[in-house]
Ligand binder design. Structure first.
Ligand code: SF4
Length: 390
């Protein structure tokens, strides 16, 4: 990719790996893709809307400024496709923050190593308390989240997962990127899904926001979904942190990333998420603000691009937005999330939070809202026994 590396810091960078997305990204031009969405016309949008199978050029048209007058038609079609493929359902999950210790410096995150906050890594007793508190709320799908540090890595995951997995039918994680062999090992003890968000696909901007620590290795993170696919993990999650860069260009490159993975790891399911930058300790002002209306356009465009894609909506978004978004194309939502370790079983300690939650309603209130919107809440949509049907 035609990006100049920022002089902010020079740490070891993993090489491009042939056959992985890092090699494909080399051939994509950020400037060329930026120009492509600006050049789309209403005619391009009409053609994309009329198609059954959309390519990346069609997706580009649907997220372009030219598609803004077509929002109603896009959302209507997105609702229909989601209903056909996933029925009338929304699956709920809870994030379990195991640790806020982190050896990285990310400009947008409250867990950054230089932020003077209290650090906590849950021990086995604390993990069991969290599991009990989360189960009491009815959740059966859990997302494990940690900061990124060598102190909270494979030995810790191998110790904790056996205490957690027996209580949940679906276990995903959002932790530091690992090697394929490590993912394979975690799969044998119950890991079903891994989310690794690239934050931004523009190398220059990525390096400006990831100042210290292993996360500043752009290619190693970028190729993590390939390693997850090679390990045969059931679900792979992609995401860009909307606001770090031009959201349209990042989304188009993420569409390339998705197609690259789908061609190679066709036994896996894929999900995408749409986190927008939220206030946090040491937070930053977004470079590219995506409005509510544009976020709706982006969500509908993803659904039209890929009817099988799981799409997840977090409590970063406001109750008003989530209430309206429920029917648009989402398949999965978090509810009553605590973004600090120990947040479910112990009293809230907001100084430990990764970011501020916007939708603070209880899981019962969220479930009631989903039902009011004519949707059914699903607590369990996956069982490891189903993997034998592949
Ligand atoms: S975004 Fe992740 S890696 Fe970066 S500081 Fe926060 S927890 Fe650490």
């Amino acid at each position: 990719m035609n990006n100049t590396v920022s002089p902010v810091r020079l740490l070891t960078q993993s090489p491009v790996t042939e056959g992985h997305f890092s090699a494909e990204l080399e051939a994509l031009s950020w400037q060329g893709i930026s120009a492509s969405h600006q050049a789309k016309t209403e005619q391009d949008v009409r053609l994309a809307l009329a198609k059954r199978r959309l390519n990346i050029d069609d997706f580009t048209a649907l997220i372009s400024p030219a598609a803004e007058p077509f929002l109603f038609a896009m959302v209507t079609k997105s609702e229909q496709l989601t209903k056909q493929r996933f029925g009338n359902t929304i699956s709920l999950f809870a994030p379990l923050y195991l640790s806020n210790t982190c050896a990285n410096e990310c400009t947008y995150c409250g867990f950054s190593m230089s932020n003077a906050i209290k650090r906590l890594t849950l021990n086995e007793t604390q993990v069991k308390s969290e599991v009990t508190a989360i189960k009491a709320k009815g959740f059966d799908h859990l997302l494990l989240v940690t900061g990124e540090t060598n102190k909270v890595s494979m030995p810790y995951f191998e110790r904790m997962i056996p205490h957690i997995k027996p209580h949940f039918s679906q276990l995903s994680m959002e932790v530091q990127p690992l090697d394929a062999e490590q993912y394979k090992k975690l799969k044998t003890i119950g890991l079903d899904g891994v989310l690794v968000y690239q934050e931004t696909y523009r190398r220059k901007t990525y390096l400006e926001h990831h100042l210290r620590g292993n996360k500043s290795d752009f290619n190693y993170r970028l190729d993590a979904p390939d390693r997850i696919g090679q390990a045969g993990i059931h679900k792979i999650g992609l995401g860009a942190l909307l606001g770090l860069e031009d959201w349209r260009t990042d989304s188009i490159i993420m569409a390339h990333h998705l197609r690259h993975l789908q061609k190679r790891y066709w036994r896996s399911r894929f999900s995408v998420a749409f986190p927008r930058i939220r206030p946090c300790e040491g937070g930053i002002v977004p470079k590219s603000v995506i409005s509510d209306r544009q976020l709706v356009q982006l969500i509908a465009a993803w659904r039209l691009f890929d009817a099988d894609l799981e799409m997840s909506l977090s409590t970063r978004e406001s109750p008003e937005f989530r209430d309206h978004a429920v029917r648009m194309g989402f398949t999965t939502m978090s509810a009553e999330s605590k973004t600090q370790p120990g947040g479910y079983a112990e009293d809230a300690q907001t100084a430990l939070e990764q970011f501020e939650i916007s939708d603070e309603r209880s899981v019962n209130d969220i479930a009631a809202m989903i039902q009011t919107q004519g949707r059914e809440v699903i607590w369990k949509d996956w069982d490891p026994a189903l993997s034998h049907c592949d």
